[in-house]
Design a protein around this ligand. Sequence first.
Ligand SMILES: [Zn+2]
Length: 111
Amino acid sequence: MYFVSSLSQYIVMSRIEEEKRVVELMIRLYCRHKEGNAELCESCQALLQYAHARLSKCPFGDKKSTCRLCTIHCYKPNMRDKMRAVMRYAGPRMLLHHPWYALKHIWQELR
Ligand SMILES: [Zn+2]
C-alpha cells in the first residue's frame, strides 16, 4: 500500500511536467511522421512553446486532467486547430512509440 500511495503522489506532483513531456513527444511525432520534417518545424515549435506556456499558467495546476480533456479549451483558435490535428494523428501512435506515456495518459483520464 505504501508503494501505491507514494507512486500516486509522485504522479500528482509531476503532473504538469509530465504533461509537458507528453505534449512535446506528440508534437515531435506529428512533425516528423506526418509533416516529414527531420527537425521540429517553425509552426510546430511555436505550438510547443504555446502549449508549454499554457500548461505553466493552467489555473487547475496539478489538479487538471490531461490536455485532451482540458488544455484544448483555453487555446486560442488557430493553436487549438493545430493541436487537435496533432492529437488526432499522434494520439493512437503514442501507444506504438511511447507505450508507457500513452498508458499513463489514458489512466489519468480515467481517474
Ligand atoms: Zn511541424
